[in-house]
Design a protein around this ligand. Structure first.
Ligand SMILES: CC(C)(COP(=O)(O)OP(=O)(O)OC[C@H]1O[C@@H](n2cnc3c(N)ncnc32)[C@H](O)[C@@H]1OP(=O)(O)O)[C@@H](O)C(=O)NCCC(=O)NCCS
Length: 219
């Protein structure tokens, strides 16, 4: 299955939060995506299923006319309900199957999260997201990409290793839920010729296996 990747928007928060809770049920507090999207250093992307849509909820329409109707429309404009209903789903109805986020700090891109919906795992979505993160980080002039991963999360470690991340250190008791250690992983220079050549090879292998992926919209 091949999705497409685009920047995350505020309307995606509900779908992304659901994937986040499924992927990281023990991590508390959950990420504040609304704040992350307003953070200039943070960059979030979503992978969408091109063949699926989410249903739109009934849009609340005020039956009132004239001045009362105007007052009620203005009230709705500033009300919590309006913000909430906007976040329930994407206006385009796009169905999100995975997401990733990273922060740019000086010349380092730090991956804060990456997750695929459980039912869509092992279908190339995590890899598609990681390729997109690497490409975006390169465009944003990052020199290296780093991340933390649980010692027990060998699935994610395998994905990162495939893309040239190696262990750079250990953070003892990093995860507050069970005091698990984190492995700090880092790439070599992502603009170096060997890294880019390897990335190109991996992208070609990916295209052979899953088809040609694309990124919609830029930073
Ligand atoms: C890690 C995660 C994002 C991978 O997503 P995915 O969509 O299943 O990954 P893909 O199908 O693109 O697989 C890409 C690579 O990941 C690794 N991988 C994925 N699933 C794996 C599994 N069950 N066992 C071992 N390696 C696996 C492999 O290296 C695979 O490449 P390969 O097919 O050439 O062997 C997904 O398992 C997930 O959301 N996990 C929960 C959240 C999480 O742990 N995120 C990482 C936090 S640091």
């Amino acid at each position: 299955m091949l999705g497409y990747v685009r920047p995350m928007r505020r309307e995606d928060i509900a779908q992304v939060s659901k994937i986040d809770r499924e992927a990281f049920p023990s991590e508390w507090p959950p990420p504040n995506f609304r704040r992350e999207l307003e953070n200039r250093l943070a960059h979030y992307i979503v992978a969408c299923d091109p063949e699926k849509t989410v249903d739109r909820p009934e849009v609340e329409v005020s039956p009132e006319k004239g001045f009362a109707g105007l007052v009620s429309r203005v009230r709705r404009l500033f009300s919590h309900n309006r913000l909430f209903s906007e976040e329930l789903l994407a206006p385009s109805g796009q169905y999100i199957i995975g997401f990733a986020g990273f922060w740019i700090m000086a010349d380092e891109a730090h991956i804060t999260t990456i997750a695929t919906q459980k039912v869509h795992r092992q279908q190339g979505i995590g890899e598609l997201l990681l390729i997109s993160v690497i490409e975006q980080a390169t465009k944003l002039n990052a020199r290296i990409i780093t991340l933390e991963v649980r010692v027990s999360n060998t699935t994610a470690q395998k994905l990162y290793s495939k893309y040239g991340f190696t262990q750079a250190g250990v953070r003892r008791g990093y995860y507050t839920d069970n005091k698990e250690d984190a492995i700090l992983m880092s790439t070599d220079g992502i603009t170096s010729a060997p890294f880019q050549a390897r990335l190109e090879q991996l992208k070609q292998a990916y295209a052979m296996k899953w088809g040609t992926a694309h990124y919609q919209g830029g930073h």
